[in-house]
Design a protein around this ligand. Structure first.
Ligand code: KIV
Ligand code: ZN
Length: 456
């Protein structure tokens, strides 16, 4: 059965697009921790950051590239020499590096943001991909704002970058504007009209401004895309990106409609989600599909009755299948170390003997005061016992993967912001070193290229 299913590459951009969303920035240690969890989760590609954006981003990408060996590690770059070389510098020690180059292609962006013509856009995209390919075998190109780009022009840019050596063509719905039927048709027409398209993997990168990111990504897959770009908890610019857990579980729960495979170990989803909330301090909405606190809660009497008779009555997937621990084990003052250890493991923490003793002592004191020690009490207690000491050898192996289901009740430490280096100043040339036309104002040109750094 599984041999018949097409394999879809899962490209996780939690550490890049996700990290760009308000309140979600992470420091290097936090990114490393999350990257290791993404590795356990089984994603194929980790987009680790935007190396030109800051020294902190650069160091984060470099550290992940050096440490995380199984998945491909991608770094984002605008279509210019400075960005691409910086991305490569950060990625070059990776076992599987990928440079991800993007350039906007819609008339709105060309006219108002980049102030370049369509011809200049094609040339810049092609040159950028060529340069990236001279450094790295794995190059992804994204025509930013693809869904608001004139389709004929999108085909033209796509052909140019494929000819220049792109290996993945990512189609971003940058502003979350498209709808499933339309997006599916766009992918289909790209496959029909673009010369050389069979040489690349087509990818979908969907934003959630109209709440359709996951539906759009799935429509793209049905139309032939074989990579989806997504984030844990759906974090990302504005309304966020397509959520990894929703895409993966839609495929797993409805193989009749979505006969595709991913490498994701779905039992690691909850731990990844909790870790992200813990690191960023951004709670998951309670009714969020798959990983929200209420996703497997049954309150109504009729539902509870059905659940007791047979969980299939109201559950289309088991909590266990996404790593939500069974809450059948009630922890109170009579519970022993062993039960406590098991519960901690289910919540993503593995302690050595001494560390477990520490947690146990505190647990007993707490259990004396309150009847039942719930997961969120336990997680709070664990974090109190083992306040992160970045320099010390972690007592916890692998790194903590969970936080209370009720994130509001927890104390979360806010990382010190990393100092941001000013954006490097480029010489008075176009992004590839060619002199600017005589009439061009080099300052203005540079400002335009810089201005869109934060708008991705
Ligand atoms: O949304 C977007 O267009 C992006 C690109 C860089 C892929 O994030
Ligand atoms: Zn995006």
């Amino acid at each position: 059965m599984s041999a018949e299913r097409a394999r879809v590459t899962v490209f996780d951009t939690t550490l890049r697009d996700g990290e760009q969303s308000p309140g979600c920035s992470m420091n290097k240690q936090e990114k490393l921790r999350l990257a290791q969890q993404l590795d356990r989760l089984g994603v194929d590609v980790i987009e680790a950051g935007f190396p030109i954006a800051s020294e902190g981003d650069f160091e984060g990408v470099r550290a992940i590239a050096a440490l995380v060996q199984r998945p491909a590690i991608a770094g984002l770059a605008r279509a210019c020499r400075l960005d691409i070389e910086r991305a490569w510098e950060a990625l070059k020690d990776a076992a599987h590096p990928r440079i991800h180059v993007f350039l906007a292609t819609s008339d709105i962006h060309l006219q108002y943001k980049l102030r370049i013509t369509r011809d200049q856009c094609v040339a810049q995209a092609r040159d950028a991909v060529r340069l990236a390919r001279s450094l790295c075998d794995d190059v992804e190109f994204s025509p930013e704002d693809a869904t608001r780009t004139d389709p004929d022009f999108l085909y033209r840019v796509s052909e140019a970058v494929i000819e220049a050596g792109a290996t993945t063509l990512n189609i971003p719905d940058t502003v979350g504007y498209t709808v499933p039927v339309e997006f599916g048709n766009l992918i289909r027409t790209l496959r029909e009209r673009v010369k050389g398209i069979e040489k690349v993997t087509i990818s979908a990168h969907c934003h959630n401004d109209l709440g359709m990111a996951v539906a759009n990504a799935l429509a793209a897959v049905e139309a032939g895309a074989r990579q989806v770009e997504c984030t844990i908890n759906g974090i990302g610019e504005r309304a966020g990106n397509a959520s990894l857990e929703e895409i993966v579980m839609a495929m797993r729960t409805r193989p009749d409609r979505y006969p595709y495979e991913t490498g994701v170990v779905s039992e690691q989803i909850f731990a990844a989600s909790q870790m992200l909330s813990e690191i960023t301090g951004v709670a998951v909405q309670p009714n969020k599909a798959i990983i929200g606190r209420n996703a497997f809660a049954h309150e109504a009497g009729i539902h509870q009755d059905g659940m007791l008779k047979n969980p299939l009555t109201y559950e289309i997937m088991t909590p266990r299948s996404v790593g939500v621990p069974d809450s059948k084990l009630v922890l109170g003052k009579h519970s022993g170390r062993h039960a406590l250890g098991i519960r901690c493991e289910q919540l993503g923490y593995q302690f050595d003997r001494r560390a477990l003793d520490d947690v146990y002592r505190r647990f007993v004191r707490l259990a004396d005061k309150i009847k039942h020690v719930e997961d969120h009490h336990l997680l709070e207690l664990i974090r109190d016992t083992h306040k992160p000491a970045a320099s010390a050898t972690p007592l916890i192996e692998p790194p903590p993967a969970a936080k209370a289901a009720d994130a509001h009740s927890l104390t979360v430490s806010v990382p010190e912001p990393e100092p941001q280096k000013p954006f490097p100043v480029a010489p008075a040339t176009n992004p590839f070193g060619a002199p600017l036309p005589a009439h061009a104002d080099p300052h203005q040109e540079q400002t335009q290229q810089e201005d869109y750094l934060w708008g991705v």
